[in-house]
Ligand binder design. Structure first.
Ligand code: HEC
Length: 110
């Protein structure tokens, strides 16, 4: 049990749902435009490629914005029906999702 100042201010279950810890606006955008394919916990409903739980490891905010605009092999150009500000919010949030976010223990001790 180390650290994490901002842990439990919200009521609710203890299950670690990523969406619950997202900024409200980003979560709303995600629910409207992305959840149907990427899942209620970002687990991905269309295969491994659609798991976004640690997408910040692989993509920057700019790359995610690009993806939203241009789509992919199977992902449609969802950005076409979205507000630019909303795209920015959801991309900003997604880019912070990293596998080691809670630890940052990559520093060699020297
Ligand atoms: C209609 C389904 C669908 C919707 C809606 C959708 N996506 Fe996707 N998305 C996919 C699929 C399928 C892939 C993986 C294959 C590909 O690139 O086409 C993908 C891939 C991605 C990737 C790259 C993942 C990786 O590891 O390379 C990102 C980032 C992403 N989506 C973000 C979003 C965001 C943000 C939204 C909402 C604004 C969204 N997607 C909406 C289907 C969707």
């Amino acid at each position: 049990m180390t650290a994490c100042g901002a842990s439990s201010s919200s009521s609710g279950s203890s299950s670690s749902n990523i969406l619950n810890s997202a900024p409200a606006e980003a979560a709303n955008v995600y629910k409207q435009s992305c959840l149907q394919c990427h899942g209620g916990n970002l687990e991905g409903r269309m295969g491994k490629d659609t798991n976004l739980q640690t997408i910040g490891d692989n993509m920057t905010k700019e790359e995610i914005i690009d993806k939203i605009h241009n789509g992919g092999k199977r992902m449609p150009q969802v950005g076409r029906s979205m507000e630019e500000g909303d795209i920015d919010k959801v991309a900003e949030w997604l880019s912070t999702l990293k596998s080691n976010a809670a630890e940052s223990a990559n520093e060699p001790a020297a």
